[in-house]
Ligand binder design. Structure first.
Ligand code: SF4
Length: 309
């Protein structure tokens, strides 16, 4: 083999409605208030998006103490923030623009409801991920939420027959989360979830599309940054569905041309925080390298969701 002859483009891929809204909020703030605009945490987990906004005057911070000029606006990232961060911003008199994805905000409402109902709360997700810190941070007693990240952790939990509520991170791998919830349901008869899980429509669609291309490809490239949960789980989905070589790369400059020599059918997708121009640049780079590439669009769903910024 001398490199791919066919490209399978997964759809939906790339920007979701929550990411688009978050980026628009920062762009609009820069337009309306001028630079600098402070953004707490990376607005979305994508290196290109962050660098582009930084060039335009966004200043990314982790702690509000880093804001020296309190007259400048502050944007909260799409991942959401703990209640104490909102309180801190209010105490400092900051103008806050909230880019928390509405689907993350829905999980926030649910976890607060579980607390009001006096349920024991289990959160499925990665403890150190900003979305999970923001979600548990909605509680009056965040440390009472039990965060679990794997089947093994679920299996090791002792049975519990009191009222229990489960919420999940929105960007996990659907199969893995369904397995964990099934284990929990066996151990906890009074367990309640908002829906089956809180994994959002965008994550679900992107993973379905990757499953669809996985069956047709020898290798898959996912465009996305290493710290993007959504993108990492697209890679995991492809691996779980039998693709041996899967690369998660930021852009075309990282294409592994030496390894691609042994690939005939190559699948491509992009995480929910990766802009479409990176996919198009990747396809152009492949077309320059390999003559007569056939491009196939594999579309598993149409998306018409928009969130107002
Ligand atoms: S991946 Fe889902 S939860 Fe996250 S920003 Fe996009 S739509 Fe919202």
């Amino acid at each position: 083999m001398n490199g791919p002859t066919d490209i399978y483009l997964a759809a939906p891929r790339g920007f979701c409605a929550g990411v688009k809204r978050a980026v628009d909020i920062v762009e609009n703030a820069l337009r309306d208030y001028g630079a600098p605009v402070f953004v707490r945490h990376e607005i979305v987990h994508n290196r290109h998006v962050v660098e582009n906004l930084r060039r335009k005057g966004a200043v990314f911070i982790e702690n509000l103490e880093e804001i020296k000029d309190k007259t400048r606006p502050l944007v909260f990232s799409a991942h959401g923030a703990a209640r104490e961060v909102y309180e801190q911003a209010a105490a400092l008199g900051l103008k806050v623009l909230d880019a928390t994805c509405p689907l993350v905000a829905r999980v926030h409402r649910q976890i607060r409801k579980f607390e009001e109902e006096g349920r024991r709360i289990i959160v499925i997700g990665k403890k150190e991920h900003p979305e999970i810190i923001g979600t548990t941070g909605q509680l009056n007693h965040p440390d009472r939420a039990l965060v679990i990240g794997s089947r093994t952790e679920a299996e090791n939990l002792p049975p519990f027959d009191g009222k229990t509520g489960v919420v999940t991170q929105t960007t996990l791998e659907t199969g893995a989360v369904n397995d964990v919830i099934a284990i929990l349901k066996n151990k906890m008869p009074q367990l309640e979830t908002q829906t089956v899980s809180d994994i959002c429509y965008a994550t679900t669609h992107r993973q379905s599309a990757v499953r669809e291309i996985a069956g047709r490809c020898d290798a898959v490239v996912i465009i996305g940054s290493q710290n993007s949960s959504n993108s990492r789980h697209l890679k995991e989905t492809a691996l779980k569905n039998g693709v041996k070589n899967v690369w998660l790369i930021d852009d075309a400059s990282e294409l592994p041309f030496a390894e691609l020599e042994n690939v005939q059918k190559l699948g491509i997708s992009a995480g929910a925080s990766a802009p479409e121009h990176l996919v198009q640049e990747l396809v152009s780079a492949l077309q320059k390298h390999y003559a007569n590439l056939k491009i196939h669009d594999i579309i598993v769903a149409e998306e018409h969701i928009e969130f107002k910024s």
